[in-house]
Design a protein around this ligand. Structure first.
Ligand code: NAI
Length: 261
């Protein structure tokens, strides 16, 4: 028996979502979930062959419109071109999963300036580029919307070999809050997800290593999260049902951030 109460609450029918960093891992999972919830979905990433295949699969499975666009969040021109393509093909984007990110785990004294620059360009300035471009276009179209930044538990706590990554993700959380504060009056909500460990291309080698396994055992949940366990929090932020929820940084981490260090 279908449950209209829940369906209506979380439906994204009529909305256009853009996922930055949609070619693998969390972004690919989010793109599929957004379409299943009723949105038309734009998948943006640099690996266009991968996102084209994903876009085709999602359209076939859900019957929603999908579009694969080349997107490099380190380039303002690329970000603007992706939004232009999305608007032309589907319409004003009202949901953003601002998700592109990289990690270069190294001890602090081994980090080079290049490590610092590329991490900040992608994780912090990249999310700023996508977030501000999205808000400008929503405002111009007289539409509100929801921006969901993928931060990390490492924006809330720290660990070794994470100087550049943790610093960038702490910046994402602060950026989320200022955007939420300023854009509330435009009806644009901005929230951050702070995932604990989820096995994806960014960390699969580490999580499979002895050290990674030991580290997971030391977490309260004693395991990594499954991608499907991150989706409901994203859909809550995405859907108009959370119209009074903005500026939040939500850990989805099996209590990882609560353990005694
Ligand atoms: P992933 O490596 O599978 O996905 C990262 C995505 O970002 C890929 O689609 C990649 O192509 C894209 N990307 C990287 N640089 C880009 C650029 N310059 N322009 C456009 N796209 C770019 O890894 P995962 O885990 O799915 O990561 C997604 C987000 O989640 C990242 O922001 C990551 O920092 C964050 N995160 C992941 C956690 C995990 O345990 N997997 C934990 C906490 C946060």
């Amino acid at each position: 028996m279908s449950n209209d109460f829940l369906t209506n609450m979380f439906s994204l029918e009529g909305q256009v979502a853009l996922v930055a960093g949609a070619s693998s891992g969390i972004g690919a999972e989010f793109a599929s979930a957004l379409a299943k919830a009723g949105a038309n979905v734009v998948l943006g990433a640099r690996r266009t062959d991968r996102i084209q295949r994903l876009a085709d699969d999602i359209a076939a499975e859900t019957g929603r419109k999908t579009l694969a666009v080349a997107l490099d969040v380190t380039s303002g021109d690329s970000v603007r071109a992706a939004f232009d393509a999305a608007e032309e093909a589907i319409g004003t984007v009202t949901i953003i999963c601002n998700n592109a990110g990289i990690g270069r785990p190294k001890y602090a004294l081994d980090d080079t300036e290049e490590d610092w620059d590329i991490t900040m360009e992608t994780n912090l300035k990249g999310m700023w580029r996508v977030g501000t471009e999205a808000a400008r276009r929503m405002q111009a179209a007289g539409k509100g919307g929801s921006i969901i930044n993928t931060a990390s538990v490492l924006g809330l706590m720290v660990g070794p070999q994470q100087l550049t990554y943790a610093t960038s993700k702490a910046g994402v959380i602060q950026m989320t809050k200022v955007m939420a504060l300023e854009w509330q009056r435009f009806g644009i909500r901005v929230n951050a997800l702070c995932p604990g460990y989820f096995k994806t291309e960014i960390n699969d080698k580490f999580l499979d290593s002895d050290l990674g396994q030991r580290m997971l055992k030391a977490t309260p949940a004693k395991r990594h999260g499954e991608l499907a366990e991150l989706v409901p929090s994203m859909l809550m932020f995405a859907s108009p049902t959370s119209s009074f929820t903005t500026g939040v940084a939500l850990p989805v981490d099996g209590a990882h951030t609560l353990r005694i260090a």
